[in-house]
Write a protein that binds this ligand. Sequence first.
Ligand SMILES: Nc1ncnc2c1ncn2[C@@H]1O[C@H](COP(=O)(O)OP(=O)(O)O)[C@@H](O)[C@H]1O
Ligand SMILES: [Mg+2]
Length: 377
Amino acid sequence: MTSMEGVVQGTDMDNHAATKQHQQQIYNTGKPNLKENDSQVLTKKISRHSDKDTTTKGKYTLNDFQILRTLGTGSFGRVHLTRSVHNGRFYAMKVLKKERVVNMKQVEHTNDERKMLKLSQHPFIIRMWGTFQDCHNLFMIMDYIEGGELFSLLRKSQRFPTPVAKFYAAEVFLAIEYLHNLDIIYRDLKPENILLDKNGHIKLTDFGFAKEVTDVTYTLCGTPDYIAPEVVATKPYNKSVDWWSFGILIFEMLTGYTPFYDPTPMKTYENILNGTITYPDYLPPDILDLLQKLIVKDLTQRLGNLQGGSDDVKNHPWFKEVIWERLLSRDIETPYEPPITSGIGDTSQFDRYPEDKDLDYGISDVADPYGELFQDF
Ligand SMILES: Nc1ncnc2c1ncn2[C@@H]1O[C@H](COP(=O)(O)OP(=O)(O)O)[C@@H](O)[C@H]1O
Ligand SMILES: [Mg+2]
């Protein structure tokens, strides 16, 4: 791929906060037909990875960090920019309220989030340094990624020119391919969970739904616009749900909207099951071909789920000019460098969130009814 410097120019880059997030993630908090536990039995979970993992557990305490500002708010708590009081470096600290995790029946997903993130070491995946807990909260310490969400860049740009979309798609591809090789399904691919580092390379964050699955699983989770039809239909599903979402992501980057969007999630699901997509005229034939092979209901037809596995995606003509080895070693010029002016620790690329004045962090002398559910932290 040649340099794509400046391709995003002419767009409204210095505009204020991005608007309109996707719909909220969904969690199967009710009574599903099959619970995650059942699926584990059914998947003959043969873990290829040691469960004994203490290297990041309780490695830090809250006193090791100065909390600076909120970078994002999620379903269970906040992500803060923090600074180590020891080495002065900046880190992102994701905080999850135990009670909320328990009430939303996400204990297993949260333990998996930590475990899967710990396992994953890849240039395009966020690095986690350690976790700890207090009586009310769980804490995860990660590298701070200054460039903000791909989501914000996309909303400001409205849509990406083909080479830009292709660059981000190719880097995301390598992250997903890596996870699948570890038998990890990611399950929440969307622009909000893709961060840009200071040079403009991607970092996949948010392993809240990542899970080790060797065969199939059942849990209904994800973000409505991006969920594959077999997940909506609560059928058993496998890694190929990520290839469906990958198709939706490319579609959104090229058009500025998702193909099944509706303000009400129920209607979105109907649209997904219905499966009709109107492709805008400006999409060239090679991308149309790729999208029609990714966003396909029939699992025997979906690219990534066929004999050639992820190689079929990688070898699709749309990616023909990508030099994968160079891309992996971050040796390809990025299409856009986030304008980080005040150096490391700059937060200009993140939306502002009202700060919570009464953070209940660091309390360790009250009852902790949920502590034993999170022994890995
Ligand atoms: N390592 C990080 N560096 C910078 N910002 C981050 C980092 N991790 C998360 N964020 C910000 O916080 C937001 C929420 O974090 P995320 O892990 O996606 O939580 P949730 O599971 O609630 O969606 C992200 O969309 C991103 O804007
Ligand atoms: Mg997220």
